[in-house]
Ligand binder design. Structure first.
Ligand SMILES: *[C@@H]1O[C@H](CO)[C@@H](O)[C@H](O)[C@H]1NC(C)=O
Ligand SMILES: *[C@@H]1O[C@H](CO)[C@@H](O)[C@H](O)[C@H]1NC(C)=O
Length: 438
């Protein structure tokens, strides 16, 4: 999405990282000047990117990475990736709402936020401007002003951004069936970052979107795994991320087709049902975005949902909940008769809601969201609604399913067949690779 096309840039509240707006190298919206851009002269040892092609599509292999973090109180997830030669570890926020992977980078750094690890120093080559991966990150009308390098800028829906230059470096990765890969992957060396409203203490972003620059696309273009990425986030915190098709049985997954023209992962248009009953909210354009901690519904649907939840609470015998106006955690919180510790203590008072997609044939495809996947318990022991008003957040007509609602499900972004799938799962344990199953 280009800047200005939709007003995703100026968000007032946290939208996680998701939804990268595509870059514009001629943008001066941040007071960035060309002098800075050209300041990084790569050391002479940097070679120009050479293309290696190895086209064998390894079917039946996967790469699995443990995920750390939670929706609340941390507010973000991260995976540890090794990059470079010798390899060094970095904490990256896995984001299916954007494409480019980047690290805060000593190029030198003009503006970096605090990082858990020392800043990344590229250990190999620059990506040239003509590289298709570079082109995929630029606006349509861009010119290669410096042909030997690729400048990029990405902006996120929460107001954060990264500006830098593309390099290629080694990503040592283990296959779940055993075996070691060392692909060279294009990534951003980000030397000018602005933190967004949902900023967390990380080294960079792991871009997992549909574009050419995403890690998923690059691994598959090199024939290493199929063009499939998935995650399983546990409501107890943590989980895992995977690439490839080896960890699930497709016949046990609920699938929805992605609209072909969608730049983002979208299972299409949905209707909202609450406790199994239809609401007024139909024609909701849904995006799945692991870079967003909470779920966002556009104003009408948000109002539908919030009013149903409130009505259900009012109808409870003895009215055990009242609105906790003094709890700033999220816009809508309720105080119970006692402070709660765990969502399991309160889930019986709340009903599930669901997003229904037109399925194949007669059957409808439902994405069910139980109370555990739309509520949190705040540090004050109140129950808060983890679904927010997307219109207020500047997301216009997009409805973003965030981490909170994807918990305890395996969510699969299947770029080979343009499908998104989900299946109930316990995400604390990585399932065995098919290679080890008989
Ligand atoms: C990221 O992961 C590391 C290692 O698993 C963990 O120590 C760290 O606290 C995590 N950071 C965040 C912000 O979740
Ligand atoms: C959602 O946000 C919009 C824009 O700020 C506002 O007009 C609308 O009243 C909000 N809806 C609800 C139900 O709060």
């Amino acid at each position: 999405m280009k800047k200005g096309e939709v007003g995703l840039v100026l968000l007032l509240i946290t939208v996680g990282l998701g939804l990268a707006l595509s870059s514009s190298s001629s943008s001066s919206s941040r007071g960035y000047n060309e002098y800075d851009r050209d300041r990084w002269n790569p050391p002479p040892s940097y070679r120009t990117a050479s293309s290696s092609s190895m086209v064998l599509n390894r079917v039946g292999s996967s790469i699995v990475l443990p995920v750390d973090g939670n929706v609340y109180p941390t507010g973000s997830y991260n995976v540890t990736l090794l990059v470079g030669n010798p390899p060094k570890p970095y904490f990256l926020d896995p984001d299916t709402g954007s494409d480019l992977t980047w690290l805060q980078c000593d190029a030198p750094c003009v503006q970096c936020t605090e990082t858990p690890h020392p800043l990344y120093r590229p250990t190999s080559e620059l990506v040239i401007c003509k590289d298709p991966i570079c082109a995929s990150l630029q606006p349509g009308d861009y010119r290669c002003e410096s042909p030997q390098q690729c400048d990029y800028e990405v902006e996120y829906a929460d107001g954060g951004s990264s500006l830098g230059v593309l390099v290629k470096d080694v990503f040592p990765l283990k296959l779940s069936s055993g075996g070691q890969l060392s692909p060279r992957i294009a990534l951003g060396c980000g030397y000018d970052q602005l933190p967004g409203s949902s900023h967390s203490f990380i080294d960079g972003v792991l871009g997992l979107g549909r574009g050419k620059s995403s890690l998923t696309s690059q691994l598959s273009a090199q024939g290493l795994v199929r063009n499939i990425v998935g995650h399983c986030l546990s409501s107890k915190g943590g989980g895992y991320l995977f690439f490839g098709d080896d960890l699930y049985d497709p016949s046990r997954v609920t699938w929805a087709s992605m609209p072909r023209d969608s730049k983002h992962y979208s299972p299409g248009i949905a209707e909202l049902t609450f406790a199994g009953k239809p609401t007024r909210s139909r024609n909701l354009l849904i995006l799945f975005d692991s870079g967003s901690s909470y779920t966002y519904l556009s104003s009408q649907a948000y109002e539908d949902l919030a009013s149903r939840v409130i009505r259900e609470l009012k109808e409870l015998k003895g009215k055990p909940f009242k609105e906790a106006i003094d709890d700033p955690t999220l816009p809508l919180c309720w105080k119970g008769r006692r402070p709660y510790k765990n969502i399991r203590d309160v889930k019986k008072y709340f009903k599930p809601f669901a997003l229904g997609f037109p399925g194949t044939g007669q059957s409808k495809t439902e994405f069910e969201i139980p109370p555990e996947s739309y509520l949190i318990i705040s540090s004050k022991g109140n129950v808060c609604l983890g679904v927010l008003n997307g219109t207020e957040a500047g997301l216009q007509n997009y409805n973003v399913v965030g981490d909170i609602s994807m918990q305890d499900k395996m969510v699969i972004y299947e770029n080979e067949r343009q499908m998104i799938g989900w299946a109930p799962a316990s995400c604390n344990k990585v399932p065995k690779s098919k290679a080890f199953r008989s």
